[in-house]
Write a protein that binds this ligand. Sequence first.
Ligand SMILES: [Zn+2]
Length: 264
Amino acid sequence: MCTLVMKRDKISDMLVAAKTVDTPKTLLTFNRKLRSSTTYEYIFFKMGWQKGINSGINEEGLTILSSFASTTLQEFKTNLQDTRGIANEYILSHYSYVNDALEELEVFFSKQPSDVGGIHFLMDATGSMGILEHEPTNKVKTQMVELDCAVRANGPLLLQNTKERLLLDWEDRRLRYDQAKSGLINVTGESWLDSMKELLSSHFSKDQLQTGQLCIHDFENTGSRSKDLTTHCTETALIFDVNRKKLIYSDGSPCKGHWLELKI
Ligand SMILES: [Zn+2]
């Protein structure tokens, strides 16, 4: 249901993870969960139908963002729950660093596989970045990111074999992936935040069906963004400024340019 990006840039003092939120109309919640004797404080985003949280950052600076992922066109028929949000919430409550969090997440999804496939991006205050991809049939793959940036547009890259990738080479995913990857080059320097807002608001390409646009309006989803085959809009976009422990988010579509923030 969205495009995920993250990037670290020491010279610009920037650690950032961001995403668009493409969804049918639903309740959007931006809030904070206070510290308890055994858990960290964190700020989070969730959607109305969701158990747990979609994305968030905790007081230690650990950040997690998630999205829909699929490698096949067929719906998996399972008796499972969607456990993605519960996993995210657990990680933010209890972990500080990406490598530990990634290990725990892998165990979590092996024991409690989700009914819906997902991609999870993780970043921490030291600048470590990690990715976990999973699908309902118990497939879980993780990777610590060596490069300084990472992108996913609902297409898993760790799970697929070549044949499956060919089968699912959706133009909508490919265009978003390429666009986000090249757009991230400009997310640097003093105005990196403005550049990130601009990237998330992009209406390129000019295709009538909005194929490949990072920001969509009344988009007829055919499965490239979510398994819900109804009309989707980019209802919000999230930018986590990990160094300043802040969530900057758009009130409505990112292209409207109205941004708010929550800080730890
Ligand atoms: Zn727009």
